[in-house]
Design a binder for this molecule. Structure first.
Ligand SMILES: [Zn+2]
Length: 448
C-alpha cells in the first residue's frame, strides 16, 4: 500500500515537473570550438542526465576491474581455510577411529593449509603416536613447548610418553615443570602425587596429596587411605634410620587415621610390642579386628599373649571373635589357640564354623592338625590336606599388575605402583613379589 502511494507520488512529481517545464518554454544554446548547438531546454536536461548516468556506470565498472585480484585472493584464502579445517576435522575423526595413515595424511594437509600451529601440531603428534612413531610425536610435543598457548599440552604429551616408557625419573621431572605452568590441574596433581610416592619422596608426596584432595582430584576417603600409607612408609623409613620414636609416632598417626586398616594396626602393634607396651598393642589389634580381621593381626596377637598359659590364651582370642563373630578369620584364630591348648572340642567347633562361613586351604590345614593332634589320625589328616578344591587363602594382591605377596608394603615390588595392594583371594596364577622399600625407579633400570 505504502509502495503504491510512493509510486503515485513519484509519477505526480514527474508530471508536475513536465507541466512546469512545458509552461516555461525556452532553448539552451552552446557555442564551443566553432560549433553551435541549439536545443529546447527539456532536451538539454535529458541529455545532461543521461551523460551523468553513463559516467556513474563507467566509474563502477572501472572500480570492479581494479578490485578483482584482491577479491580473488580473499576468496582463495577463504577456500584454503575451509579445506584446512575440513582436513583437521577428518584427521580428528581418523584419530578417534584409530586410522593412523589417514590421520597423518590429514594432519600434513591441515598443516599446509592452515596457519594454526596449536591445532595442527597436536593432531600431528596424536597421529604420530597412533602410528607408533613416538620419536616424531616427541618432536611435535617439544615444538609445542615453544608456544605459550601449547606449552602445557606439549608437556602433558611428553609426560604421558615418559610414563608409558617407564622412565619415572623423567616423568617426575616433567610433572613438576608442568605444575609450574598450571598448578591446580587435577589430573596433574594426582599424577605428580603418584610419581612422588613411587620415587619414595614421602614428604613431597604428602604435600601434593593434600593439594590433590583439595582440588577434588582424589576423593577424600581414598585420600585418607593414601595418607595412612604414606605415614606407614615414613614409619618404615624412620626405623631404617634408627629413629624408633618417629617410627612409632608415624605408625600411631596412620592407625588413628584409619583404625580399620590392617597394615597400620599390624605395624603399630609390632612397634609397641618391640617397645614392650603389650597392653596398648592388644587394644590396637582388638580395635582393628572389628573392621579388618586379618591373619597378620592374629599373629601379632599371638605374640602379645604368648606369656600367658594356653587356656588364658584361648580366652583372650575369644575377645577377637566377639569383635567380628561372622568372620572366618576370628574362628580360625581361636581354633589355632585351642589346638595349642589341646582344647579339641573348642577347636573343632570353631573350625566347623569357619567351614560354614567359607573354607580356604588354611581351614583344611588346621582340620588336619586337629585330627593329627586329637586322634593321631594320619589318614584323616592327609585327606584334609588333599582337598585340592579348597580356594586359595587371600594374599596381598597388586591392583595394578596383579602380582601377589604375603607381606604388605606401600610400593608393589613387581611394578612399583603405590598403595596398590589389597587383601584378596588370587583367581589366576600370578607372579609372586616382595613389596619394596626402595622405589623401583631408582632400584632398577626403567622398563615398560
Ligand atoms: Zn604391581
Amino acid at each position: 500500500m505504502i509502495r503504491a502511494l510512493w509510486f503515485l507520488l513519484k509519477v505526480a512529481v514527474v508530471i508536475a515537473a513536465a507541466i512546469w517545464l512545458a509552461d516555461r518554454p525556452g532553448t539552451v544554446s552552446v557555442h564551443w570550438l566553432g560549433y553551435a548547438v541549439e536545443a529546447p531546454f527539456w532536451v538539454a536536461l535529458l541529455v545532461t542526465l543521461a551523460a551523468l548516468g553513463i559516467a556513474a556506470l563507467g566509474y563502477r565498472l572501472l572500480r570492479g576491474v581494479i578490485r578483482t585480484p584482491q577479491r580473488l585472493r580473499r576468496h582463495s584464502r577463504a577456500r584454503r581455510r575451509e579445506r584446512g579445517y575440513r582436513a583437521l576435522t577428518q584427521g580428528m575423526v581418523a584419530i578417534a577411529a584409530g586410522d593412523a595413515p589417514t590421520a597423518r595424511k590429514m594432519a600434513r594437509k591441515a598443516d599446509g593449509l592452515l596457519n594454526e600451529p596449536p591445532l595442527t601440531m597436536l593432531l600431528s603428534a596424536q597421529a604420530a603416536q597412533l602410528q607408533g612413531d613416538e620419536r616424531a610425536a616427541r618432536q611435535y610435543f617439544e615444538a609445542m613447548l615453544e608456544r605459550p598457548e601449547t606449552a602445557f599440552l606439549g608437556m602433558r604429551g611428553l609426560l604421558t610418553q615418559a610414563i608409558k616408557s617407564g622412565d619415572r625419573v623423567e616423568a617426575l621431572n616433567l610433572a613438576r615443570k608442568a605444575r609450574g605452568l598450571q598448578p591446580n590441574t587435577p589430573w596433574l596433581l594426582s599424577t605428580l602425587y603418584d610419581l612422588e610416592a613411587q620415587a619414595g619422596d614421602w614428604a613431597a608426596a604428602e604435600g601434593t596429596l593434600q593439594q590433590a584432595i583439595q582440588s577434588g582430584a582424589i576423593p577424600t576417603e581414598e585420600g585418607r587411605r593414601h595418607r595412612a600409607v604414606l605415614l606407614l612408609e615414613r614409619s618404615f623409613e624412620a626405623e631404617r634410620r634408627g629413629r624408633a620414636d618417629a617410627a612409632l609416632s608415624h605408625a600411631q598417626a596412620a592407625h588413628d587415621m584409619m583404625p580399620g586398616f590392617a597394615p597400620a594396626a599390624v605395624r603399630l602393634a609390632r612397634l609397641q610390642v618391640a617397645a614392650d607396651r603389650l597392653k596398648p598393642a592388644a587394644k590396637v589389634v582388638e580395635r582393628a579386628w572389628r573392621h579388618a580381621p586379618h591373619p597378620e593381626l592374629a599373629d601379632i596377637y599371638r605374640t602379645i599373649v604368648s606369656s600367658y598359659d594356653a587356656l588364658t590364651r584361648v580366652r583372650l582370642f575369644q575377645k577377637l571373635v566377639r569383635q567380628a563373630p561372622d568372620s572366618a578369620e576370628s574362628h580360625l584364630a581361636v581354633a589355632q589357640a585351642a589346638i595349642e591348648a589341646q582344647l579339641w572340642g573348642e577347636a573343632r567347633q570353631h573350625l566347623n564354623r569357619a567351614m560354614e562361613i567359607g573354607p580356604t586351604r588354611r581351614t583344611y590345614r588346621l582340620m588336619a592338625e586337629l585330627d593329627r593332634g586329637e586322634r593321631h589320625d594320619e589318614e584323616a589328616a592327609k585327606d584334609w590336606l588333599a582337598q585340592a578344591a579348597a580356594p586359595e587363602d587371600p594374599v596381598w594382591t597388586c591392583g595394578s599388575c596383579g602380582a601377589v605377596s604375603h607381606n604388605w608394603g606401600g610400593l608393589c615390588g613387581h611394578c612399583g605402583a603405590f598403595d596398590s595392594l589389597t587383601w584378596k583371594t588370587p583367581t589366576v596364577a600370578v607372579p609372586v613379589m616382595e613389596p619394596t622399600d626402595i622405589p623401583p625407579a631408582l632400584a632398577r633400570p626403567a622398563t615398560a
